[in-house]
Design a binder for this molecule. Structure first.
Ligand code: ZN
Ligand code: MN
Length: 502
């Protein structure tokens, strides 16, 4: 039997506003002691009245515009009722039938992944269960944080596509400064609905997965507790395998919520899924409906600025970059801005012979981008930091780029200088003279070193003469070591080719 996989995603993201969703409490309480960023409103005391945060509404509309959604001109909040210790009011203020945004999409490769809706709600508090204790601790600092919820149609076809969608959505949230969307910190949380159906026995019609004929569809399973894109992909793959095997073994699949266990790489049953009726949604009586005007939407749209795709195209055109490198640079808006500052800080450099200024500009931009993508990002990745944590100014990095372009240092020296800049900061020209890393391309001086190296390695020299040409690399290495990495490797190679066959 052949099977089709049907996946839908639900993504929650904490919105980066100054204050919470319905009160003026600080929305950035990461380093605050538990229960210090709270007030009677977010603690759900009786008699308090919520006042919606306008900025949160604007940011959700912005996310909707960036994902080609239609914006509801009349929207409202609703109460979603359920009991949980970290939900102080006994209900969550959310949106039910009139979300701020609906019917959008994101392009993933050649596929259009349809977005059902994006709505605004509030986050819950946090429960912790101290190890070895018999009690649970509650922190309500997070209660009332504005939360964006995005739901896709069940049109995603694979775990890989789900991951790509999640990454693209995260990139949009970050580009527009809507959310930091860090999954490990719980600022962005993904849930996946996964079902496996017999091929040819279902169709996607009117936004629904429908059976063909009197066939009975298999239920979907919701997977939670996913805290990275890697886990998202693994959890979906696990579910596809588990459900396929169950079908082949003639077992029944339950409509349930399962949690991803990252240490064991399995999903585990948590509970049977609630339906909308269980939540007894009704309109929030304390908040009047929202009227979203054309002017408001136009103002929000004006905030959008250049998105990754357009930025990549511009970087290719303006700086002559290769598309894959431009994509790496523009994947993060802050990195793209920093790179542009570096390029604009590259000052007057002596024009090398036979070059034009236009060609030189492109060469310098290419060196800058190569060093950023290959060296700088490697450092940042190793340290789990991003460009905002960097203590190298664009002007200093631009100077390093010029030193490399002008051939004053070779790439080994460039790496040493960059390491120094990365750790301690500072001007690359000062570091260069402190460490004495100026590139040696004085042919006379190098000839002397090379003759000594050849004398000291007569066997290899003989083998090279006898036709074992790759041995040249051995000699280049020796000369580089002898000059403490300062020799110009091109000059060394050129001289070696001559001197070795003398
Ligand atoms: Zn509050
Ligand atoms: Mn939700």
């Amino acid at each position: 039997m052949k099977y089709d996989v049907i996946i839908g995603l639900e993504i929650h993201a904490e919105i980066k506003t100054k204050s919470k969703m319905f009160c003026s409490c600080d929305n950035n309480s990461d380093d605050k002691a538990p229960n210090t960023a709270v007030c009677p409103i977010c603690l759900g005391h009786p008699g308090t009245l919520p006042v919606p945060n306008k900025r949160a509404i604007e940011l959700v509309i912005l996310a909707g515009l960036a994902t080609h959604c239609t914006i509801n001109r009349v929207s409202k909040f609703d109460r979603k009722n359920y009991f949980y210790p970290d939900l102080p009011k006994g209900y969550q203020i959310s949106q039910y039938d009139l979300p701020l945004c609906y019917e959008g999409y994101l392009e993933i490769g050649d596929d259009k992944v349809l977005i059902t809706r994006i709505h605004l709600e509030e986050d819950t508090g946090k429960s912790t269960h101290p190890k070895g204790s018999d009690h649970t601790l509650l922190d309500f600092n997070r209660a009332g944080t504005p939360l964006l919820e995005m739901v896709t149609e069940p049109v995603i076809k694979s775990a890989e596509e789900a991951k790509l969608f999640g990454q693209k959505f995260q990139q949009i949230l970050r580009y527009l400064d809507i959310s930091n969307a860090d999954m490990e910190k719980g600022e962005m949380r993904c849930e996946a609905n996964v079902s496996v159906q017999e091929e040819g026995k279902w169709e996607y019609k009117d936004n629904l997965i429908l059976p063909i004929g009197d066939h009975k569809l298999n239920p979907k399973v919701e997977v939670k507790n996913i805290n990275s894109f890697r886990s998202l992909e693994k959890a979906i793959k696990f579910e596809i395998e588990r459900q396929t095997k169950a079908l082949e073994d003639g077992e029944k699949i339950l409509a349930e919520t399962r949690g991803w266990d990252d240490s064991k790489n399995v999903t585990k049953s948590q509970r049977v899924k609630e339906t909308a009726a269980d939540y007894r949604y009704f309109p929030e009586p304390d908040i009047p409906p929202l009227n979203i005007s054309d002017d408001m939407i136009a103002d929000i749209e004006a905030e959008m600025g250049e998105m990754p795709k357009e930025k990549t195209a511009r970087f290719v055109e303006q700086y002559g970059l290769k598309e894959d490198l431009a994509e790496v640079i523009t994947s993060d808006k802050h990195l793209a801005n920093w790179t542009e500052e570096v390029i604009s800080e590259i000052g007057a450099v002596v024009l090398s012979e036979g070059d034009s200024y236009e060609r030189q500009d492109k060469k310098l931009a290419a060196i800058a981008v190569n060093w950023i993508t290959s060296e700088l990002l490697k450092h940042l990745k190793t340290d789990h930091r991003d460009i905002n944590d960097l203590h190298i100014s664009p002007a200093e990095f631009a100077k390093l780029v010029c030193l490399i372009y002008e051939g004053k240092i070779n790439s080994t020296a460039g790496q040493t200088i960059l390491n120094n800049m990365y750790v301690k900061g500072g001007d690359p020209i000062d570091i260069l003279s402190e460490l004495g890393l100026e590139q040696v391309d004085d042919k006379e001086a190098l000839t002397e070193v090379i003759r000594t190296v050849i004398e000291n390695n007569p066997n290899q020299a003989a083998e090279y003469k006898g036709g074992k040409l790759p041995l040249i690399q051995f000699f280049v290495g020796k000369v580089m070591a002898e000059t403490k990495g300062k020799a110009n490797p091109e000059v060394v190679r050129e001289l070696l080719e001559k001197l070795l066959i003398e």
